[in-house]
Design a protein around this ligand. Structure first.
Ligand code: ADP
Ligand code: MG
Length: 353
């Protein structure tokens, strides 16, 4: 009786053992005995760090860098030959697949955010000197003239033909969404290679893909706006599996990223389209966690402009689609319910439900 039970156990454990060996072999092949590759890139006006784990990490990251440069060349407002610059000059054109996609996502985020996210903000960015020029403080009259043409609903775009037309005074700026899109695209490109996982840091837009070779959790620090703290907290995620969809983006927007000071006032680079001025919503930083990198980036900009109340209302209407970490001027830290368990901080924080 005892013997039979014993042999039964052995019989059952042989297939289990085989499965384990096969999984171990696959992991070893996938991760290439723990090989990791990394690249530092300067693109889209920021420093980027890419790390991939796996047998084809080097090839995958070479391709990733090409993809980032390709998107940078499409979106760069500093390069007169980019697709966006040509559109801004000619006021019409048939959009490439990338730009058509980005425009459609931008329209979606503009609508979700009640206009807080608006890519027609570019003339206002220029007036403040955030588009390469000299920093200056435009007066109210100048801003109100420019604001008459900050309104995405005035873009004429046909999804069928991909054709866009805009008023002569309008210019586009994908700076609030471009890095998230690039990170998302890179995660998609990586899925074509034999790698197990990757972490992509595109100047604060962090995207994690797959899982780590040792099976440990991904850990992402949520940036702190003031120098007193190294970070607001740490987000931990289990690895993801399942190809291109197996990633997560963590994107932070804050007024402390790019700013200038004049007469003791700080002026930062995220503009409230209602006023034409640096947004003053009471939030110091807004972090969005989402499986869609493009949405995470656009929303982080939008939510920073929207402020706490409107942000929470938006989140409640879209539960499960994204999560938030918000830090306000009073030093209060908030985390939405879906991150309860993934977020750790030395600061006290409140859970938004
Ligand atoms: P960063 O690029 O510093 O990581 P964001 O993703 O928040 O931060 O993007 C800020 C950029 O977005 C600005 O530099 C500008 O190009 C653009 N921008 C500023 N205000 C808005 C707005 N209200 N809606 C859409 N884009 C904006
Ligand atoms: Mg953004």
């Amino acid at each position: 009786m005892g013997n039979r039970r014993f042999s039964g156990k052995v019989c059952r454990s042989i297939p289990a053992l085989l499965v384990c060996v096969i999984i171990a072999c696959l992991l070893l092949k996938h991760y290439g005995t723990g090989k990791s590759a990394s690249r530092s890139v300067f693109a889209m006006d920021t420093y980027m760090e890419l790390t991939a784990y796996g047998a084809e990490g080097e090839e995958a990251l070479d391709r990733a860098v090409l993809e980032i440069r390709r998107i940078d060349e499409l979106l760069s407002t500093g390069n007169a030959d980019s697709e966006v610059s040509r559109l801004n000059a000619e006021k019409e054109g048939v959009l490439s697949e990338d730009l058509g996609y980005l425009l459609e996502r931008s329209i979606e985020i503009n609508e979700m955010s009640g206009g807080a996210f608006d890519i027609t903000i570019y003339p206002v960015m220029k007036a403040w000197g955030f588009a390469g020029g000299e920093f200056r403080v435009p007066d109210d009259e100048e801003l109100s003239e420019l604001l008459a043409y900050v309104d995405m609903s005035r873009l004429k775009y046909s999804r069928e033909s991909g054709r866009l037309e805009m008023p002569r005074q309008m210019e586009l700026d994908f700076g609030g969404i471009g890095k998230g899109y690039a990170a998302q695209r890179v995660a998609e490109v990586l899925a074509e290679y034999d790698i197990g996982g990757a972490i992509l840091n595109l100047g604060g837009n962090v995207q994690i893909y797959g899982s780590k070779p040792d099976g440990s959790e991904w850990k992402i620090a949520v940036k702190s706006p003031d120098g007193a703290l190294p970070y607001l907290g740490i987000l931990s995620f289990e690895g993801f599996s399942g190809g291109a969809g197996s990633s997560r983006a963590v994107v932070t927007s804050g007024g402390y990223e790019r700013y200038f000071e004049k007469d003791g006032e700080i002026y930062h680079h995220i503009i409230d389209p209602r006023t034409g001025k640096p947004s003053d919503s009471g939030l110091v930083s807004a972090t969005v966690v989402c499986s869609d990198g493009t949405l995470a980036d656009g929303l982080s900009t939008a939510i920073f402009v929207m402020g706490y109340d409107r942000a929470v209302e938006l989140w409640r209407g879209h539960k499960g689609e994204f999560e938030l970490v918000l830090f306000d001027e009073q030093g209060k830290l908030y985390v939405t319910e879906g991150l309860d368990g993934s977020f750790a901080s030395e600061l006290e924080y409140e859970i938004i439900r």
